[in-house]
Design a binder for this molecule. Structure first.
Ligand SMILES: [Zn+2]
Length: 139
């Protein structure tokens, strides 16, 4: 099969486009991440439900301090769930971008995301600069 792709002669930061092998490799990494996060998420959901059941079970006998620490525990569990869900969505999103060929380009400024960043954060869909801008706006 003839792959209609540009021949890549540059190296390092100047490199544009990826070989099918590289895309396959990235896809595997992302899928692995997705599966890991998913497993962790399901575990956290189960843990969260257990926590709630215990809570319902002995809510009657609680004093103030006890219910306070339980609220903290539940808050921590909830924020873990949210983080995992975010990361799962992010990995899913990166895979979708891999499919439509936009992976590796920043969603904010559409400049190529440095390869070194993608190596560390394979599910990153924005460059460091746009990520910081986004977080500033969200926070
Ligand atoms: Zn950007």
């Amino acid at each position: 099969m003839l792959v209609n792709g540009a021949v890549i002669t540059g190296k390092g930061a100047a490199k544009v486009g990826r070989t099918p092998e590289e895309i396959e490799q990235i896809r595997n990494i992302l899928r692995g991440r997705f599966d890991d996060i998913n497993a962790e998420y399901e575990e956290a959901v189960a843990e969260n439900q257990k926590l709630r059941l215990v809570e319902i079970g002995d809510a009657a006998g609680d004093d103030q301090a006890d219910s306070g620490s339980k609220t903290a525990e539940r808050d921590a569990a909830t924020s873990l769930l949210r983080t995992l869900l975010d990361r799962r969505t992010q990995a899913e999103h990166a895979m979708a971008r891999l499919d439509d060929g936009t992976y590796g380009n920043c969603e904010g400024c559409s400049n190529p995301i440095p390869w070194e960043r993608l190596e560390v954060f394979p599910s990153a869909t924005t460059c460091v600069h746009c990520k910081q801008n986004r977080e500033r706006r969200a926070g």
